[in-house]
Write a protein that binds this ligand. Structure first.
Ligand code: DQA
Length: 142
């Protein structure tokens, strides 16, 4: 099985970005955590990050045929992006939405998720480990 893990804006700043909310582990730590977990499960994985909505849309379009499932933390685009919702529906690959924090317990504007309607599951508020739960959800499906 091949999984594409996508991260949206500012997640490259993990470790220094609001550590009380997102923790002190870095983006590289996140890549290593996911890679080790996937290696142990015999799952092929690619982890990417972009600050640009259109780049994330392009990567999701290109995932069709190249990956069997998508783990996505759209970060701020969660709460704004119809384009990400549409492309996830268009490619029709199983996708799991992940958030390091629990946006539903934060500001009102974070309670809306556009992508959720195109995802088979949402994992939130579990820190970086949430990505591993999301991988496990996809691995169960296949
Ligand atoms: C986030 C939550 C979003 O509301 C926020 O914009 C992020 C990160 C999370 O992982 O908790 O950038 O997706």
């Amino acid at each position: 099985m091949r999984i594409l893990v996508l991260n949206g804006p500012n997640l490259n700043l993990l470790g220094t970005r609001e550590p009380k909310i997102y923790g002190s582990e870095t983006y590289n730590d996140l890549i290593n955590l996911i890679t080790n977990h996937c290696n142990a499960k015999n799952v092929a994985v690619e982890v990417r990050q972009s600050n640009h909505e259109g780049v994330l849309v392009d990567w999701i379009q290109q995932a069709k045929g190249a990956f069997d499932g998508i783990v996505i933390n759209p970060a701020a685009y969660t709460h704004t992006s119809v384009a990400l919702l549409d492309v996830l529906k268009a490619v029709d690959l199983p996708a799991v939405e992940v958030h390091i924090s629990d946006p539903d317990t934060r500001e009102e504007f974070r309670k809306v998720s556009f992508v959720r309607a195109a995802c088979v599951a949402t994992v939130k508020g579990r820190g970086l480990k949430g990505y591993l739960d999301a991988v496990d959800v996809l691995a169960e499906i296949k």
